[in-house]
Design a protein around this ligand. Structure first.
Ligand SMILES: NC(=O)c1ccc[n+]([C@@H]2O[C@H](COP(=O)([O-])OP(=O)(O)OC[C@H]3O[C@@H](n4cnc5c(N)ncnc54)[C@H](O)[C@@H]3O)[C@@H](O)[C@H]2O)c1
Length: 332
């Protein structure tokens, strides 16, 4: 049986996911699309062959032709749609962040616990990226000994004018927070955000985030979201006996006329194309096998809890303790 996928939000990410489902994911088809902008939904449906469009995203969730839902609408809309999917008993892949507030993330955890089975996967697609997954596999194989530190860089070419200083953490760094938990394998217990002063109302777009884990490991993240020259995301995992690095660009370098050059993507869609495809294929496979994979609602909740603590630390200019609580058995 082919899984009918319904996508909520036909903007940058929703359209990208729709193209991937339509062209590069086996065992599934694009059953429906919805967007607050009906014309946009219709354009993306025409391009990708989505079978129908809904003006109301709740109607998409209720549509019997939709077996599973992918949420790619703005952050503030995520929690209500995830909860509606849980109520309908439908698997849901929610773009990061799981929720815009910690309180909303807590409600989602309570709802999934009450349901007693995992239906939520969160779009921390870096876990499916061949390089990050490879670093994790080689760490687990003991190649560099126990992990002690992680250094990450997260630079965007540009962000829209409505992007806030808090969103640098909740919308951008949330990926690096998840990578730190994934690669270091221990829970974050404290965080400090360093950001130089800026004029009132200006974006604090140069930040250093330092996280500490329960086992005394350190993770640093440089955030620079108007870096102008391109999308540049890297990580170096330091172990007791070596390091593993996620390089920022193509492995293929051109040497010509006395120069060496290589391409790197201008935004996340090119940089992480393989990760998005692998994430979607794994999600479809998990629905078919009824065995959840990838980042859970708990991982989404944890990242939101850590990001929320960081936002408080940024505002107060202090190191903050983080306590995300005990992971429920459902997520073991
Ligand atoms: N995983 C990643 O690497 C990654 C990258 C970029 C964005 N994102 C996430 O994806 C989500 C979408 O981001 P984007 O860049 O595509 O934004 P976007 O603004 O390009 O698209 C959002 C779309 O949602 C529509 N929309 C707004 N309210 C809606 C509603 N109530 N119901 C249905 N549609 C609605 C808008 O009309 C728009 O078309 C965000 O949550 C963002 O954090 C994830």
């Amino acid at each position: 049986m082919s899984i009918g996928i319904g996508i909520i939000g036909a903007g940058v990410m929703g359209a990208d996911h729709a193209r991937t489902v339509a062209s590069a994911v086996g065992g599934a088809h694009l059953a429906a699309l919805s967007d607050a902008d009906a014309d946009r939904a219709a354009r993306v449906a025409a391009e990708t062959g989505a079978r129908r469009c809904h003006a109301d995203s709740m109607a998409l969730i209720a549509d019997p032709a939709v077996d599973a839902v992918l949420i790619a609408s703005p952050d503030a809309t995520h929690a209500a749609f995830v909860l509606a999917c849980l109520n309908a008993g439908k698997p849901v892949l929610c773009e990061k962040p799981l929720a815009a507030t910690l309180a909303e993330a807590e409600v989602i955890i309570a709802a999934e616990k009450a349901l007693g089975r995992r239906l939520v996967q969160v779009g921390f697609m870096r876990r499916f990226d061949p390089a990050y997954a490879g670093m994790k596999a080689r760490l687990d194989a003991g190649e560099i000994g126990p992990a002690v530190m992680l250094h990450a860089v997260h630079r965007n070419a540009a962000v829209p004018p409505w992007f806030t200083s808090e969103m640098v953490i909740t919308n951008s760094a949330v990926h690096d927070i998840d990578v730190a938990r994934f690669l270091l394998g221990q829970e974050i217990v404290a965080a400090t955000v360093f950001a130089p002063p800026v004029p009132a109302g200006a974006l604090r777009d140069r930040q250093f985030l330092v996280m500490e884990t329960a086992g005394g490991q350190l993770a640093t993240v440089e955030l620079f979201v108007n870096a102008a020259y391109g999308y540049d995301v890297r990580a170096e995992l330091v172990g007791e006996r070596g390091t593993l690095t996620r390089a920022p660009r193509d492995a293929v370098a051109l040497r010509q006329s006395g120069r060496e050059s290589g391409a790197f993507a201008l935004d996340w869609r090119g940089h992480f194309a393989a990760a998005y495809q692998r994430q979607l294929q794994a999600w479809v496979q998990s629905i078919r096998s009824a065995v959840p994979v990838g980042p859970s609602a708990w991982d989404g909740y944890a990242a939101t809890a850590i990001a929320t603590a960081c936002v408080g630390g940024l505002a107060r200019g202090e190191r903050v303790a983080v306590d995300i609580g005990t992971r429920p058995a459902l997520y073991d």
